[in-house]
Design a protein around this ligand. Structure first.
Ligand SMILES: Cc1cc2nc3c(=O)[nH]c(=O)nc-3n(C[C@H](O)[C@H](O)[C@H](O)COP(=O)(O)OP(=O)(O)OC[C@H]3O[C@@H](n4cnc5c(N)ncnc54)[C@H](O)[C@@H]3O)c2cc1C
Length: 633
């Protein structure tokens, strides 16, 4: 086996990930760190300019509250999030983000992000909370500010974080490896922020051959946040609250602009509008079935009922929407001009953030002004910053959080020194790109305060510990190097399992037993029990993962990370004996929502010492008006 050198990096505040939350944390922490003579370090598996979910760009900023102009209140936003999540949300966390998010948006604009404005200079809204942007370079703009704040010399790119470095019961940094050079990294820190995004490809994707790897969620976020926090022993929340987006079929183009800006209808192939025809079904999910907008999972569910009845394909009526908007034109010439304008806006929406959808349109001779496009429910993803809610259970802010939700520092997990933001923190959905940045800023400031107030020291990590972590990290390389010569075909070997095969096995288990696409998002106790049994065998086989090179080593660890996310999910879906989010998943053995017994958070904790799981209920405490009263807000 090749030699791998070890590099130990000491820092005060360690930021893991280089996405929206991490960049927010960096700019805020840099300010406070400077005042206290502290060092801030960032580590990203990719290049910060184009990493994370915003890599390709976005066409809208999805969270803007508009507090200054009195457009909305913090309470409005909390009500919206609570209702969309069927009552399960940490109102203190959502409110904390909502009161800071506008300032993140103003920073983006100051740094050079073009936000659309109207003739009066006001922001152009896509919907109530969304602002239209020319966002192809959104991430580059945010990354530049990060580099200016903490200095490029403190940013480690192309370094994959494997797991947490622990000092007793506190998190004291992280370890990982370069995906380009033979270097093993140990980062020793006083406080650590996990912001490594959510997880994709835990479930079998719809595209399993020709377009494998294509998914709505970016392929490079593979559950590192969940693995890191679980392995540190942190309490996790909402691990059952996966997200299933309905998007343009096969290339996952965004639907937001179509529904909100173009006011398009979605119909079945027979022309029926499921949101109207199936409205009575919403009565079964009260009080949330009555709120406006209808929660995302219920909208999904009404569509799925059409699909299950054989009324597919489901279509976005793009041609109808475009024509309707252009029809307002007073004469033929203006009509034609408006049609051209709308057509180019339609293409630009995809070219800004999902280029592959534009390619698919071109490949299938789709002119949106002439022909409808298919939409479909995607496979499940874990993205606590969007419409899912999975993540770590973190402390709320002192002025808002009740004692049950407060333990000293904003966004600190239940493990000392370990902070989480963006997709990595749970029960605070709908923060999106801007809210994740704002939450990163909140967490970054709190982490510096923790270091200063508690006078935290750097940990002492023994050489034996470093060597053990290094051996664990490179074990797949060793497995491959020691055994690949024993068969003529590298993929078939009794001594190791390559990461792709491992991933396919994980995806099959999750798809079939935990309610993936092929199971019509439906599962039950017997199915989940069987899935857990199969996951146990998978965990045993993870020891045998084999990697031919550093790239494959990254693939191995990504899949180990996914496996932990998968198990947390299965155990939580199993524990919650009700169906609360039909359209995300359906428990066939408990087909109804049970407010009396399950109006609560379900949390879990993995004990790294014994490799056992603990499941628990935590109360939902309302700080604002309860969901039923907020209906229609
Ligand atoms: C398809 C899609 C469309 C979206 N559209 C919109 C929109 O229109 N408007 C909007 O406001 N929001 C949108 N969002 C939401 C927004 O992108 C996310 O809320 C936001 O990016 C979350 O921030 P984050 O920092 O948690 O994760 P990310 O921004 O995804 O960052 C995660 C970071 O972790 C790094 N990382 C992952 N694993 C490791 C590892 N093992 N080691 C080191 N680094 C690692 C990644 O490289 C990346 O830098 C969309 C999201 C998706 C997926």
């Amino acid at each position: 086996m090749q030699d791998f050198k070890t590099v130990v990096v000491d820092t005060d505040f360690l930021i893991l990930g280089g996405g929206m939350a991490a960049c927010g944390a960096a700019v805020e922490a840099a300010h406070w760190a400077k005042q206290n003579g502290l060092k801030v370090t960032m580590v990203d598996k990719a290049a910060v300019d184009r990493s994370g979910a915003v890599a390709m760009g976005l066409s809208a900023i999805n969270q803007y509250v508009g507090l200054k102009d009195g457009q909305n209140t913090i309470e409005d936003y909390v009500n919206y999030v609570r209702n969309d999540l069927m009552g399960v949300t940490r109102e203190d966390l959502v409110a904390n983000i909502a009161r800071h998010v506008d300032s993140s948006v103003h920073l983006f604009e100051k740094w050079g992000l073009p936000i659309w404005t109207d003739e009066n200079g006001g922001y152009v809204h896509e919907g109530r909370w969304q602002l239209m942007i020319n966002g192809e370079s959104y991430k580059v703009v945010v990354a530049e500010a990060t580099k200016n704040a903490i200095g490029p010399e403190n940013i480690y790119e192309r370094v994959f974080i494997t797991g947490p470095l622990m000092d007793g019961d506190r998190c004291a940094g992280a370890y990982g490896f370069s995906v380009r050079e033979n270097t093993f990294y140990v980062f020793r820190s006083k406080a650590t922020l996990v912001a490594m995004g959510g997880a994709v490809h835990v479930f079998k994707p719809r595209s399993s051959g020709e377009g494998q790897g294509r998914a709505w969620y970016p392929p490079w976020n593979a559950g590192a946040s969940a693995y890191f926090t679980l392995k540190a022993g942190a309490e996790m929340t909402c691990q059952e609250v996966r997200f299933i987006p309905v998007r343009f079929k096969d290339a996952y183009g965004p639907v937001g602009a179509w529904f909100l800006l173009f006011k398009s209808r979605a119909t079945s192939a027979l022309g029926g509008e499921y949101m109207q025809e199936r409205r009575p079904e919403l009565e079964n999910w009260l009080p949330y079935g009555h709120v406006k907008p209808v929660p995302a999972n219920l909208r999904n569910y009404l569509m799925m009922l059409d699909v299950m009845e054989g009324k597919g394909p489901i279509y976005m009526r793009t041609e109808e929407a475009i024509k309707k908007l252009a029809e307002a034109a007073p004469d033929e010439k203006t009509y034609k001009k408006k049609m051209k304008e709308l057509e180019s806006e339609a293409w630009e929406d995809f070219l800004d953030m999902t280029i592959s959808q534009a390619i698919l349109w071109a490949a299938t001779n789709t002119a949106p002004e002439e022909k409808s496009s298919e939409i479909a429910a995607a496979e499940p993803y874990f993205i606590g910053s969007h419409s899912g809610a999975s993540g770590a259970w973190v402390s709320g802010p002192e002025d808002l959080a009740p004692p049950e939700y407060f333990w000293g520092y904003d966004n600190m997990s239940t493990v000392k020194g370990l902070f989480c933001a963006g997709d990595a923190s749970g029960a605070s959905s709908h923060k999106f790109s801007s809210g994740s940045h704002a939450e990163g800023r909140i967490a970054g400031k709190a982490a510096i305060r923790y270091i200063v107030k508690e006078n935290v020291a750097l940990p002492t990590i023994s050489d034996e510990t470093v060597e053990a972590l290094k051996a664990e990290t490179y074990k797949p390389i060793k497995n491959f190097a020691d055994n690949s010569a024993s068969t003529t075909q590298k993929d078939v070997n009794p001594n190791y399992l390559r990461p792709k095969m491992f991933m396919l096995r994980l995806q099959k288990i999750m798809d079939e037993y935990a309610g993936g696409v092929s199971a019509q998002f439906t599962t039950s106790k017997p199915m989940l029990d069987k899935g857990l049994e199969l996951l146990t065998f998978l965990r045993e086989d993870a020891e045998k993962l084999g990697a031919e090179d550093l790239h494959e080593l990254m693939r191995c660890w990504e899949n180990v990370h996914r496996m932990y996310q998968a198990e947390a999910h299965v155990r939580t879906v199993l524990f919650r004996e009700e169906t609360r989010w039909p359209g995300y998943y359906f428990r066939a053995d408990y087909p109804k929502m049970d407010e009396e017994n399950w109006h609560c958070f379900v949390n879990c904790r993995f004990d790294p010492a014994t490799a056992t799981w603990e499941m628990m209920k935590r109360p939902i405490l309302h700080l604002f008006r309860p969901a039923a009263q907020a209906a229609g807000s």
